[in-house]
Write a new protein. Structure first.
Length: 271
């Protein structure tokens, strides 16, 4: 079994899980990131210094504090989107990173002074990654992070942009309420959301299936069975049920990916 699915089988923040114990140190010394929260466009931001010498704890801390800051201003960006983006700071080894919360919590900008992203178009395609072996000890490193973020944002009327930072590094901006190719008939989509029936409760195993598919972007029953150490028939049954309640969709090859409802369910699981 590969290491990265172990991360999703542990509850968020459960740093006593074997995966966390086995991961090799990425940060040789304590690193810090500044979180800047703008209460008003005309005033200076509140700046919160966040630091840690443990990479996994740091990712969790940054994602949680950014999400809390966004929510406190009335923002609606899901936790899963914020966490996926924060994980990308590992490629820059968190070097001179700044996370900015704007527009009542509905815009989050993350900048660093790392190696940058040369081909920004390919960064949004599954499978393109610059993660080395050391980084893969902490994140999945299969090139699914930014595609997941872009896909999730497209369903809720948001957008993501990648720009070069001044002199060096990358600036990635998430914004909710921005124009999106899929954001047509916004009022109808909002009305549809209001009419949705409450989702049935899921078993822990079904939650792990959803989380694994989030990590892989696309997976069939054989991969799910292998990674979660369950029988093929159990994987088939769970995935068929999750598809029946509209949390998964199936392509022509029998592989499943998350639906909009599935992304929302993931956000609830990770909160």
């Amino acid at each position: 079994m590969r290491k990265y699915p172990r991360k999703v089988m542990a509850k968020e923040g459960n740093l006593s899980h074997p995966f966390y114990k086995n991961a090799q140190p990425l940060l040789e010394k304590e690193s810090s990131v500044r979180l800047a929260v703008y209460d008003s466009p005309t005033t200076s931001p509140r700046v919160i210094e966040l630091s840690s010498s443990n990479c996994l704890e740091f990712i969790h801390l940054l994602a949680t504090k950014t999400y809390e800051a966004s929510q406190s201003k009335g923002g609606k960006l899901p936790y899963i989107i914020i966490k996926e983006l924060v994980e990308n700071l590992i490629h820059a080894y968190f070097r001179d990173a700044i996370i900015t919360v704007l527009d009542d919590g509905n815009t989050i900008r993350i900048s660093d002074r790392g190696p940058g992203i040369k081909n920004k178009e390919k960064a949004f395609l599954p499978g393109f990654s610059t993660a080395n072996a050391q980084i893969k000890e902490y994140i999945k490193g299969v090139g699914s992070g930014l595609p997941i973020v872009k896909e999730a944002l497209s369903y809720i009327g948001g957008a993501i942009t990648i720009e070069d930072n001044l002199s060096q590094g990358t600036v990635i901006t998430l914004s909710l309420g921005a124009a999106s190719p899929r954001d047509t008939g916004g009022e109808q989509k909002e009305e549809s959301r209001k009419k949705r029936k409450p989702l049935p409760s899921l078993t822990d195993r079904q939650k792990r299936v959803l989380l694994l598919i989030m990590e892989l972007s696309l997976a069939g029953p054989s991969i799910v069975a292998k990674e979660l150490n369950i029988s093929l028939s159990t994987a088939h049954r769970d995935m068929a049920y999750l598809e029946k309640i509209d949390l998964l969709r199936c392509d022509e090859n029998g592989k499943r990916s998350l639906t909009e409802e599935g992304l929302m369910q993931i956000d609830l699981i990770l909160k």
